[in-house]
Design a protein around this ligand. Sequence first.
Ligand code: ADP
Ligand code: C5P
Ligand code: MG
Length: 231
Amino acid sequence: MLCVLLILTMGCALRRVALVPTAETRGNVVVVATKTTKPRVIFCLGGPGAGKGTQCERLADFGYVHLSAGDLLRRERASGSADGDLIESYISEGRIVPVALSLGLLRKEMERLDAARFVIDGFPRNQDNLDGWKDLMTDFHVDCVLFYEVPVEELVKRMLSRGETSGRSDDTVSVAEKRIATFNDATMPLIDHWERTGEIKVIRIPGDRDVEEVWHLTKAAIEPYLAPCEE
Ligand code: ADP
Ligand code: C5P
Ligand code: MG
């Protein structure tokens, strides 16, 4: 039997793209190949105070690196960056900063951390965010969106309660209302679009249950994505 060993090494522009050896038989030819695997991403969305950060942090147990777009923006603002005032002007109005800024911070962190799995919390939050992601992040594979559903009254309650200790200038009644309006006007259309088109799988999770119960549902939701992926 003719056996041909064929090593295919696909060009990897990015050093973090993993090479996974695989073998298969095609007729009497054994093909041994190395396939590229892109780093995998789960998006995490939900209203402000829905519990995104609380759940995403726990995903570290499954090898996910948690990146919160809001945290990165706050850190950038605190760093004395030239963009600090601009970031503040958006955060204080509950508006979404231009994607060049948020995605620039995310991309830099993703490259620095060089991980195989990321859970990205609070991004993409509007069409501008999504367009930027599609243009610039083709070297990442998006598995799904975890979408935490929580009634508005509970969101406000949680934001105000967090505000007692968070020191966040936007955990106030007036900014909370604006953030919820932004969520309804800018983020919900993305969820609706993905559900209509199937472009990205949306997993709705009732986020108004207690933390442990939500965590149980979160673990079940990500289970299908824990196996190695080849894309
Ligand atoms: P987000 O990142 O979506 O804004 P957080 O994870 O920061 O939300 O949670 C907002 C507030 O609500 C925090 O004070 C957190 O401790 C609390 N919290 C999170 N999940 C729950 C839950 N399932 N039930 C009650 N409170 C929660
Ligand atoms: O997700 P988080 O509640 O931490 O976001 C806080 C604020 O950060 C948002 O209300 C918004 O002003 C800003 N933000 C943004 N773009 C994102 C995520 C957060 O402008 N993608
Ligand atoms: Mg958060």
